[in-house]
Design a binder for this molecule. Sequence first.
Ligand code: CND
Ligand code: ZN
Ligand code: ZN
Length: 374
Amino acid sequence: MATAGKVIRCRAAVAWAPGKPLSIEEVEVAPPKAGEVRIKIVATGICLSDDHVIKGSMPNVEFPVIPGHEGAGIVESTGEGVTAVKPGDKVIPLAIPQCGECSFCRNPESNFCQKFHFCEPQHLLPDKTSRFSCKGKQINHFVWISTFAEYTVVPEYAVAKIDAAAPLDKVCLFGCGFSTGYGAAINAAKVKPGSTCAVFGLGGVGLSVVMGCKAAGASRIIAVDINRDKFAKAKQLGATDCINPRDFQKPIQEVLTEMTGQGVDYSFEVVGHPDTMIASLASCNMNTGVCVMIGVLDSKISIDPMLLVTGRTWKGTTFGGWKPRESIPKLVSSYLEKKFDPDLLITHTLPFAKVNEGFELLRAGKSIRTVLLF
Ligand code: CND
Ligand code: ZN
Ligand code: ZN
């Protein structure tokens, strides 16, 4: 491509300081160095984790930063030594990488690559420099992929090449929301046929958990949200019961225990709130219940240890437990074969310039997923 090896000037949404709206700026994006890939982002979804970034409540983020981690695009150019992708390939940038070499990557049970940048400050690429600048200032990356930029540079091991037939304005959801939720049910909980599940939080991620529980053959899926407007979509995607904690005088874990006799087999926290974290743990049955944490929270919580001593399992998952470079292309192919339909999660499509409007819709509970188009 004519731009290869050159600095590209393009639009990006910059968070200059915590708590401020995003600002659409012209940024400079340096060419990829050895082992890196520069991607033209075509579409990006908005996830609540991006809102945590903007508010300053996501750990390890340095301002100014370009958020966004649910994108899809086309490779513009590659740095020296890159073999996995070439210019023109359709790709999904990965919020967690898969280097394929570390002990976690070699362990079939884990998807948390040791190159994963949550273990260390994540605002720079692996060589500790940024590819973004604006008005003479360095702008930081978010989880290396910063999809709220028309062009972004990522390490080769944080890119998944996908089918050339994939519609980028839809499969961007495989960059986080759908993969994270669906995989939490399939990989992290390993939901069994005939089981009972409870899903706390019916946003793009939680509704994907509902889809995963249904695909795994759960016979009862109880959807929990304080916004009843989410219930119709939850039912459409497989929820058998929808309940609003505000409709009850007693704690929701007691309601769920009464509804199911002894508590659910699997519960999922997909809100990111201390109360729902404790309620979801307490609502799965003692002895064999499994509670999976997905929601992000930047403070501590305390629990009664007897909840675990009695046999419950409490675990968490990032990016749905998928080993991303090998699994995301397969998930996209299954989508093209119509094995599931995450398109139902997309309630709004907006031009990139309306990114702040997209966040207002999310905060007001009016959208499931908004996809921004460049
Ligand atoms: P979104 O805002 O779309 O959904 C959250 C839902 O929770 C909304 O429907 C709310 O109405 C509902 N809710 C709020 N408070 C309560 C409550 N007290 N009880 C029940 N429901 C409530 O968010 P999202 O789906 O984009 O993200 C959900 C969480 O998942 C969020 O914390 C995000 O940061 C996290 C996440 C985790 C990962 C991962 O890999 N673990 C990846 N991406 C996002
Ligand atoms: Zn690794
Ligand atoms: Zn996300």
